[in-house]
Design a binder for this molecule. Structure first.
Ligand code: GLC
Ligand code: CA
Length: 532
């Protein structure tokens, strides 16, 4: 049986502020995205996820929303948003919005009213307490903040200006589900759900237990010496995923992609017991800290196949607007990036690519003190070197620099004097135009593999079987769908490899020298091929 669209698709994340500026103010916008749809269609990704562009004071660059059904003027108008949905659909593509359900901005009218007194009609729309308990926010420090108007504290899971909504209040649940309905009725195909697993907190506000863990990791969100037992992954949040699904079902087959932290068992609880029972897909952020070896990826694939078996579908993601760019982990090596994405686009998954990853855009180091991202400002007293040592990108401005389109001023992103963030100085070589002309570029590699992915059912929805008995450093797997079969071989080793291998014929290879003869295969250093 063939899978539903949301399990066969591929996702491209657009950070709208950095994609393309259509009106010369240095800020990317919706019309900018519209004007680049041909580029995106040609790239081959079928679903576009767009980071928030709703009304917002932009204190967290749009993840602090002051109205869920209005567009921030710097990004455009409602008409632009509707046109974008329409144009994307015309091209046979899907569009996914970014829903920040957990919190609003402190500038949202709901919060202003809620804060104004202890008796107003929205007094209970956020989490208010006379005294803080011991809970720490996800960014460190107490998440309780004093509001003199009420003489009480409100809870923020993330930053102080992002107060958490109270989902135990039925009115809150209703307005938020109505916001979801609003966009579904305009035709959006689903949502990426921001920090979805903190949506409910313990009803009794019990103190979190002590743990020795200092910093949160991708698999263990506890940290700052406390186990996040009562602040995330509450049973009510798993149930809420199903309520959200029911709302989506009113509109057809919709995609819900959860930003979830915690182990894989927890992520599964959000997906439910049958597909599209709760969330459709959940990110697996453990792989953002990947090691570039065949052993690492063999183990990763095996673990994921065990935890997210068919008919569920895993998401493979190596970068986003919060984390270090994937190529930064590869020493900015474009060859290695080709192999990484060849894996991502051929393994059993919905691949999720972050804008600029397709051309190998790199992190751009910037000062903490002048950052536009609020996080580094919070940590400005800690030497950035310490974060570098543990490979953590704290200053998210580093991964949000303008898209590099060509070698003209501002990398062709904007004709303003100055773009909202500096453009990386490598833009004269790392850009769409230059790479389009080079047959072997990362960009053209991704285009070519995407073409195969779109054509081959086995890659989009087939089973995955690991190949054994391959030389050290070589990773291989077979994808099968009915009687169609595709074999992928990837050499993660610097040494070239020649080995016996029965095969049919090669339909794609990374290097001109990679070769498949009747009974043997040759792979260059970091080479790879797809056989049919
Ligand atoms: C998510 C977003 C991040 C944002 C935070 C608070 O992690 O990806 O960019 O700052 O939530 O909304
Ligand atoms: Ca603009």
């Amino acid at each position: 049986m063939t899978k539903s669209w949301y399990h066969k698709t591929s996702i491209y994340q657009i950070y709208p502020r950095s994609f393309y500026d259509s009106n010369h103010d240095g800020i990317g916008d919706l019309k900018g995205i519209l004007s680049k749809l041909d580029y995106l269609t040609e790239l081959g990704f079928e679903t576009l996820w767009i980071s928030p562009f709703f009304s917002s004071p932009q204190a967290d660059l749009g993840y602090d929303i002051s109205s869920y059904t209005d567009i921030a003027p710097e990004y455009g108008s409602m008409d632009d948003a509707l046109l974008l949905i329409e144009e994307i659909h015309k091209r046979g593509m899907k569009i996914v919005f970014d829903m920040v359900m957990n919190h609003t901005s402190t500038e949202h009218e709901w919060f202003k009213e809620s804060r104004s007194s202890r008796t107003n009609p929205k007094a209970d729309w956020y989490l208010w307490r006379d005294k803080p308990n011991n809970w720490k926010s996800m960014t460190g420090g107490s998440g309780w903040h004093y509001a003199k108007e009420r003489g009480q504290y409100f809870w923020s899971s993330f930053l102080p200006f992002q107060p958490d909504l109270n989902y135990r209040n039925p009115e809150v649940k209703k307005v938020m589900l109505d916001a979801v309905r609003f966009w579904l009725s305009k035709g959006v195909d689903g949502f990426r759900l921001d920090i979805f697993n903190v949506i409910y907190k313990d009803a009794e506000f019990r103190d979190n237990p002590f743990t020795f863990q200092l910093a949160p990791t991708e698999t263990n969100p506890s940290g700052f010496f406390q186990e996040a037992k009562y602040t995330l992954n509450q049973p009510e949040s798993f149930a809420f995923a199903k309520e959200l699904r029911a709302v989506c079902d009113e509109f057809g087959e919709k995609l819900l992609l959860g930003e979830i932290s915690g182990d894989r068992e927890t992520a599964q609880k959000f997906l439910g017991t049958k597909t599209n029972d709760g969330l459709t897909l959940a990110f697996d952020f453990d792989m953002l800290t990947f090691k570039f070896t065949a052993e690492y990826f063999r183990e990763l694939i095996q673990k994921i196949e065990a935890h997210v078996p068919d008919p569920f579908m895993p998401v493979y993601v190596f970068g986003n607007h919060d984390r270090r760019r994937s190529i930064d982990r590869l020493g900015n090596d474009l060859q290695k990036a080709k192999l990484l994405h060849m894996l991502q686009l051929t393994v059993r998954c919905v691949p999720c690519l972050y804008y600029g990853e397709e051309i190998g855009m790199t992190n751009l180091k910037q000062s903490f003190a002048t950052a536009l991202d609020p996080i580094p400002r919070k940590f400005k007293h800690i030497p950035p070197l310490l974060f570098d040592m543990i490979g953590l990108t704290i200053n998210r401005d580093e991964v949000r620099t303008p898209m590099q389109w060509d070698e003209t001023a501002n990398a062709g992103f904007s004709s303003a004097q100055k773009a909202w963030l500096p453009v990386h100085k490598n833009y004269k070589t790392i850009n769409v135009e230059t790479e389009s002309e080079d047959e072997n570029s990362l960009l053209n590699t991704i285009r070519a593999v995407m073409k195969i992915r779109v054509e081959e059912k086995s890659l989009r929805e087939g089973t995955l079987e690991m190949l054994t008995d391959l030389p050290n450093g070589v990773l291989g797997y077979i994808r099968k769908f009915e009687d169609e079969k595709i074999i992928i071989l990837l050499n993660f080793d610097k040494k070239e490899k020649q080995f016996e291998f029965e095969n049919t014929h090669c339909i794609f290879k990374l290097f001109p020298k990679d070769k498949a003869a009747k009974k043997s295969v040759y792979l260059s250093s970091f080479g790879g091929m797809i056989l049919k």
